[in-house]
Design a protein around this ligand. Structure first.
Ligand SMILES: [Zn+2]
Length: 216
């Protein structure tokens, strides 16, 4: 192995790579499948192929912060996450990190609530409760070294969301039935959701009108 082959999979290795596996959209049976561990000894997939597909797809999506191999129809436990290095929002300092066979070793008891979206469910968002922090181990795609790190905030959320994909779970599976139905209704019939918004605006207008009348 020469020096360049030893370099970990990173932006330099896929800069000119054009993804061949499009991101699957809900509803899709593949998105409900549990992925198998990647087998470094004799997997039918090349790990660098999976990494390049994940990273190039993720890079091409403005809004995406993470992607799981199952979202490309590759039933292997591999995810990519955007990691912000240094100050956020500057464009630079973002790297796509590939985690092979990621495993959550520990969760914090503290729970955090934040809005999530999904590249397989474009256009809809919902607040999801998850452990605020995790400790995760994974295998580096190229060096095959096992790493472990702790994180909290958005990165901990993204990693949990992506590992859920490896277990065939969408983010709405983390919501109660009513909230999940709302998400899916919005997704399948954005017109209905728009009518909902119209109705709410109309109801609020009516309230305002009444309260004005009372004040007179
Ligand atoms: Zn997702």
């Amino acid at each position: 192995m020469n020096e360049s082959e030893k370099r970990p999979v990173g932006p330099h290795t896929y800069r000119d790579y054009v993804p061949t596996m499009p991101i699957l959209k809900w509803p899709c049976d593949e998105l409900t499948k549990v992925a198998e561990e990647f087998d470094f000894q004799n997997d039918e997939y090349d790990v660098e192929f999976i990494a390049a597909e994940l990273m190039s797809n993720l890079d091409a999506s403005e809004a995406g912060v993470g992607l799981a191999a199952t979202q490309l129809g590759i039933r292997r436990r591999v995810i990519a996450v955007k990691q912000y290095l240094g100050r956020r929002g500057r464009g630079q300092g973002i790297i796509n990190t590939v985690l092979v066979n990621p495993l959550i070793e520990e969760y914090t008891k503290q729970v955090a609530h934040a809005e999530e979206g999904c590249l397989s469910l474009p256009g809809v968002y919902a607040t999801v409760a998850r452990p605020a922090g995790i400790s995760v181990s994974y295998v580096d795609a190229v060096t095959r070294e096992v790493h472990e790190f702790s994180c909290k905030g958005p990165l901990a959320r993204v990693i949990q969301h992506e590992i859920d994909h490896l277990d065939g779970k969408m983010f709405f599976n983390r919501l109660d039935q009513d909230a999940a139905n709302r998400v899916l209704r919005k997704y399948f019939s954005p017109e209905d959701a728009a009518v909902d918004v119209e109705n709410k605006i109309a109801a609020q207008k009516e309230k305002r009108r009444r309260s004005k009348r009372r004040r007179r």
